[in-house]
Design a protein around this ligand. Structure first.
Ligand SMILES: NC(=O)c1ccc[n+]([C@@H]2O[C@H](COP(=O)([O-])OP(=O)(O)OC[C@H]3O[C@@H](n4cnc5c(N)ncnc54)[C@H](OP(=O)(O)O)[C@@H]3O)[C@@H](O)[C@H]2O)c1
Length: 317
């Protein structure tokens, strides 16, 4: 491993240095710019794109030529974000589609609508995220972080696979979080019923599941030419952070990244040919674990996959 990579890893282990604005500043010097026509003629969907990192990802994709559909749960907020993006990127093609991605019925409906409207999807970014203050469930009875970050994205990817397959380079990107480093898989309590609920823990557990399932999804969709990536945006100053973690935001303050800085790796993954099934941060594949206590067996990973695939209604293959 080169000295540059050792320094890079150390930055992440300090968390604040690697995941904050400084990490981005120190690393970006070595990054080539993404060609402005990298995604010309391609179509992209971004969930939770009316705000924060999702809006910045959608803007970044439009800047490199993609026609982008913002998948949002509130049409008015989506239309306002689309107007902002077209003002920032003149000539950009930006559409808005409504879907609560935690509701599996709504995900099925939106995938069916999209299949009638477009003949191909090249990039699908699962960005929508929540950190609920108390345990809540989606309409199908699944814990909300699990439903929003795992089950909805699993179902949407499966339902859109026929459209993704028509792309020459289909890429699915899950926006996870470095917070997942604090949590192991809990194959015996995936719905978080057995112990007192903490929103931040539920959030990190579901983000851990995203990372754990990424290699399984990469294998599942490889025969259809669809690559699957997971990424951590860094700690980013967004409306979501202000609302869910106000104390963290106050303490981290100016150390936090801008949404554009947080969006960079997702946009880069959408535009770049890299190996499928990995976890990325700042344009580099990163370890799945830093702490021994979060390591789990292949059997536990498989148990979590079996549960989530069944809960999302995925057909066995
Ligand atoms: N900010 C950070 O430091 C950080 C760090 C690591 C990972 N992340 C991840 O980055 C992603 C974006 O977060 P953010 O910080 O940009 O937060 P944000 O500003 O709150 O944005 C979250 C977006 O997700 C949407 N959303 C939430 N639940 C949804 C649902 N059920 N269906 C459709 N859309 C839904 C929200 O829509 P509404 O406007 O309707 O609520 C909003 O547009 C999340 O996955 C988050 O976990 C963020």
């Amino acid at each position: 491993m080169s000295a540059q990579h050792v320094l890079d890893d150390l930055l992440d282990r300090t968390v604040v240095l690697g995941y904050g604005r400084l990490g981005h500043r120190l690393r970006r010097g070595s990054w080539p710019s993404i060609p402005t026509d990298a995604l010309r003629g391609r179509t992209a969907l971004v969930t939770g794109a009316n705000s924060g990192i999702g809006k910045a990802i959608a803007t970044g994709l439009a800047e490199v030529g993609a026609a982008v559909t913002l998948v949002v749960r509130d049409r008015e907020r989506g239309v306002a974000a689309a107007a902002e993006i077209t003002a920032a990127v003149p000539g950009a093609a930006v559409g808005v589609t409504c879907c609560d991605v935690s509701d599996l019925a709504a995900v099925r409906d939106v995938a069916a609508d999209l299949a009638r409207q477009v003949d191909r999807v090249d990039v699908l970014v699962h960005n929508a995220g929540v950190l609920p203050p108390r345990r809540t469930e989606n309409p199908q009875g699944h814990e909300l972080c699990l439903a929003t970050h795992v089950l909805g994205p699993l179902l949407m990817t499966e339902a859109l696979a026929p459209l993704l397959t028509r792309s020459a380079a289909a890429r699915v990107i899950l926006v996870s979080s470095g917070g997942m480093y604090t949590q192991a898989l809990h194959p015996g309590d995936i719905e978080y019923r057995a112990t007192p609920y903490r929103g931040a823990t539920a959030y990190a557990r579901s983000k851990r599941i995203q990372v754990a399932l990424t290699p399984i999804l990469a294998d599942r969709y490889a025969p259809q030419g669809i690559s699957v990536h997971c990424m951590h945006p860094g700690w980013v100053d967004t409306p979501g952070i202000s609302a869910a973690l106000p104390r963290f935001r106050r303490l981290a303050g100016r150390l936090l990244r801008t949404p554009e800085q947080g969006a960079d790796t997702a946009v880069w993954l959408a535009a770049t040919d890299v190996p499928s099934g990995r976890f990325w941060h700042d344009r580099r594949a990163r370890p799945e674990h830093y702490r021994a206590g979060t390591r789990t067996s292949a059997a536990d990973r498989e148990r979590v996959w079996q549960y989530c695939a069944a809960a999302a209604g995925l057909p066995a293959r």
